[in-house]
Write a protein that binds this ligand. Structure first.
Ligand SMILES: [Fe+2]
Ligand SMILES: [Fe+2]
Length: 234
């Protein structure tokens, strides 16, 4: 994290009325850094919900990869195990262990109990996280070496089941769950959460972690010959 970025984040936490302690102490932030006019620093972090929706975009690109692999399996064409294994590892590390952890701890938890529909919905979404992770672990395991005929058959079913679950899953989160978060938390707590998401992502993946994961997905797309957006034009 840059010094400017750290000072900006401290300022956001102060604005949200949260205690700023330990490594977040203001020592080292100049007065100018604390003011940090728009356009002169790294800018505010993405709103927490936009951050999560950006991660959905990454997952959707992997669903396109899964769709292409599923198409090849269905057509009895060769499928390279390596790129599919890499895709499953990204889903495991970035989606299940990071994104879904944030959703369950910081989005679903404060919304549960606000009304019956959202409580039921978040329960189903959390169940789907668990099922999704089981599928991903299986896909990663099957693709750790050469694919047997049995692996190919099982993979076709697993990839289709994963995509069938995650398209409605993400859609409900984007259109029903996330829009309620800002009102449920209030503006100051929502801003603090946005800051916390940025910090957690930095700690786990580095300052450019998201862009690097997008690059890894783009490389898998190239390997499979699905990197050119124009090929998807109807
Ligand atoms: Fe989710
Ligand atoms: Fe999600």
């Amino acid at each position: 994290m840059s010094g400017d970025g750290a000072c900006h984040r401290r300022a956001v936490l102060r604005a949200a009325g949260l205690a700023v302690t330990g490594p977040l102490l203001l020592a080292g932030c100049s007065t100018d850094q604390q003011r940090e006019p728009a356009g002169s620093g790294p800018g505010p972090p993405l709103p927490a919900t936009e951050d999560l929706m950006r991660e959905h975009g990454l997952l959707n690109r992997i669903l396109v990869i899964y769709d292409e692999v599923g198409r090849r399996l269905g057509a009895d064409q060769p499928v390279p195990a390596g790129p599919l294994h890499q895709a499953a590892q990204i889903v495991l590390r970035f989606v299940h262990e990071h994104h879904e952890h944030l959703e369950e701890q910081y989005v679903f938890a404060p919304l549960q109990g606000t009304d019956r529909e959202i409580t039921r919905l978040t329960e189903v979404l959390a169940t789907q996280h668990s099922r999704g992770e089981l599928i991903t672990v299986s896909v990663a395991s099957r693709t750790s070496g050469a694919l047997s005929a049995a692996d190919r058959q099982a993979l076709a079913g697993e990839l289709a089941a994963f995509a069938r679950m995650y398209l409605p899953h993400e859609s409900r989160e984007d259109t029903v769950v996330f829009p309620r978060l800002r009102d449920a938390l209030g503006a100051a707590a929502f801003a603090a959460l946005s800051e916390q998401f940025a910090q957690l992502e930095d700690e786990r993946f580095g300052a450019h972690g998201f862009a690097e994961v997008v690059d890894q997905v783009a490389d898998i797309e190239k390997t499979l010959g699905i990197a050119d957006l124009a090929q998807f034009t109807a």
